[in-house]
Design a protein around this ligand. Structure first.
Ligand code: SF4
Ligand code: SF4
Length: 579
């Protein structure tokens, strides 16, 4: 016999007259449970259309073979969610709510989406994202969290939408240990904001303010895991491959979450999120995307009008339309000519290095002239900028240009200057491509590259750096965060700009932008701790922020002195995670 603990919800409870009971089953199948409940209460025969949910999953079919184990969470739910988020019959099963529910409380059933009421925290995310307005929120049980304006209603033992707070025996506690650097150096905060939580409203001091002596200086670190509406991710993707035109949109699951911005040397740049995106209809998807990428998850984006598939994972090579990008270009086509001219001269009379930025032409380039080369009469693809340097174009061909057939790299030849037997080598800035042509009686004939030519192009490849995806998390710390440090928010900003307060994010040094406010950039790979970022469905991303300063600066700016705890006492009294 199996002893199965069964929970009844909403109008099911009205029929059974109780919340929970133990049901004894012989085989333990869902069918046996349904039969038993029908015998006792005619539950499934009374037009109630009750559903069996096991460990958060509604069971729709195969009742005979679906087995229940002792200890499984078995909930008998009405067809519309339960006491929390309720899905009406206008639901068309698009699945957007399933993707976006931060609690993974929703699954698609036969006729609509269903919410597991034992997990739902009334965070309203599903209501905001549902394109059919099919979902409404009903009051339920649990402690109401007031650490942010979402006001999750968290049931016993469960977490809020941001996964930062937990209902433990009716009280809200932090869901993870606070992370503390394992060494004490002037560059690191005494404690990090990872696992720290925040305070609300603004005038309340930050949740952790600790002091200690570091290299004979009394130091204070103020910490908070701060919700930032003004935040975005600057994704740097090392590649020459075409991903789209500057200004084109970037999508996640069909929703616009960012845009392509100006490329950097050898890299395509994408901005994800930002306050105006967060405030738009895809804000929650954008905030989730920022956090997932910043926390090191692999995320697939679709970019531009052509919906180029770009898979990104921080620290790993980008994957574009299924192709792993191994190398980052060494320089533009002109720079490659300039660096390797002596080698290139040995294997061809003319070399074209195709590049979407600047295509190089060896014999006309200053490097070729320096080596005494005679101009070949070749005019390459592109618009001439200066001798041997031609502005390229973006495309999905060789070197990120529109040139797919290497013959098209040669736009024209001045036969008064060219000569019979002349060899033209076409390559790109990563050495991924090689073609060699020979001029015979004014005709170009493609020939197999010889070993010397292959070796020179391999040398270009070998000198390339490995391509990878990296990202800067950018945030703006506003009034609430500053008020958590001191009574005088303006003095906080001034001290940050003077370098008296060091701002770190999960222990990583933040670069503070000049001008007003505390706007910062941080390299997400340097941020310490597992999954240091999170988000709240207002939406805003949540960053672990630390402000470390000499104690005399803390006193001068009106810091919350009464809330300072010696580090040793803090470490004794809290569960901590060493980084
Ligand atoms: S209210 Fe929040 S937790 Fe509940 S189902 Fe909707 S998205 Fe999920
Ligand atoms: S999102 Fe987090 S901070 Fe906001 S109410 Fe929910 S549990 Fe509390």
């Amino acid at each position: 016999m199996k002893e199965i603990r069964v929970t009844y919800l909403a109008n099911i409870r009205d029929v059974t007259g109780k919340d929970k009971e133990i049901i004894s089953l012989y085989t333990g199948t869902v069918q046996e449970l349904i039969d038993t409940l029908n015998e006792k209460y005619s539950l499934f025969e009374r037009g109630l259309h009750a559903r069996v949910m096991i460990n958060g999953k509604v069971i729709w079919k195969d009742f005979e073979s679906e087995e229940i184990q002792e200890g499984d969470s078995v909930v008998i739910v009405p067809p519309i969610g339960g006491g929390d988020a309720v899905v009406s019959d206008v639901c068309n099963k698009c699945g957007v709510c399933v993707q976006e529910c931060p609690k993974k409380a929703i699954s698609l059933g036969e006729d609509r989406a269903y919410v597991n009421p034992s997990i739902c925290v009334d965070c309203n995310t599903c209501v905001k994202v549902c394109p059919k307005n099919a979902i409404s929120i009903h009051p339920s049980e649990g402690v109401i969290c007031s650490y942010c304006p979402v006001n999750c209603q968290i049931k016993e033992g469960d977490l809020g939408a941001c996964l930062r707070y937990k209902n433990l025996n009716g009280s809200l506690v932090l869901a993870r240990k606070i992370a503390v650097p394992s060494e004490k150096t002037p560059d690191l905060p005494l404690v990090t904001g990872v696992g720290a939580g925040n305070t609300q409203p603004c005038f309340v001091p930050a949740p952790v303010i600790v002091e200690d002596t570091v290299e004979d200086v009394d130091v204070v670190t103020v910490v908070s895991a701060t919700p930032l509406s003004f935040s975005l991710l600057k994704l740097k993707i090392d590649t020459d491959e075409f991903i789209g035109e500057e200004g084109e949109a970037v999508y996640r699951n069909g929703k616009k979450v960012g845009m392509i911005v100006t490329e950097e040397y050898g890299s395509k740049m994408i901005d994800i999120g930002g306050v105006n995106v967060f405030q738009g209809k895809n804000g929650i998807t954008a905030a989730r995307t920022v956090v997932e990428i910043a926390n090191g998850e692999e995320v697939e984006l679709r970019v531009g009008r052509k919906r180029v598939k770009v898979s990104v994972k921080i620290g790993k090579p980008p994957v574009i339309n299924g192709e792993v990008i191994k190398r980052m270009r060494l320089g533009c086509g002109s720079a490659v000519i300039a660096m390797f001219a002596p080698l290139l001269k040995e294997v061809a009379d003319e070399v074209i290095v195709l590049d979407s930025h600047i295509t190089g032409l060896l014999s006309e380039h200053s490097a070729g002239k320096f080596l005494g080369m005679k101009y070949s009469g070749v005019v390459p693809f592109g618009i001439k900028s200066t001798d041997g340097r031609y502005f390229g174009e973006h495309g999905d061909g060789i070197g990120g240009t529109p040139v797919k057939d290497p013959r098209d790299a040669i736009r024209s030849i001045d036969f008064d200057q060219a000569w019979d037997g002349m060899r033209i080598l076409v390559t790109d800035t990563t050495g991924d491509h090689i073609s060699v042509f020979i001029l015979e009686k004014k005709n170009l004939k493609e020939i197999e590259p010889d070993k010397k030519a292959l070796d020179v192009v391999k040398t270009i490849s070998k000198n390339c750096e490995k391509a990878k995806v990296s990202a800067l998390y950018c945030g703006g710390v506003g009034g609430s965060a500053r008020a958590g440090i001191a009574n005088n928010p303006l003095a906080v900003t001034e001290a940050v700009h003077k370098g008296e307060i060091k701002v770190t994010v999960g222990g990583a040094k933040a670069f503070i932008l000049p001008g007003g406010g505390i706007n910062f950039y941080v390299d997400v790979e340097k941020v310490m701790g597992e999954r240091p970022f999170t988000y709240i469905p207002t939406p805003a991303t949540v960053a672990p922020m630390e402000y470390t300063m000499p104690k005399d600066v803390f006193i001068r700016i009106g810091g919350h002195l009464k809330n300072v705890t010696p580090l040793s006492k803090f470490l004794r009294e809290h569960e901590i995670e060493r980084l």
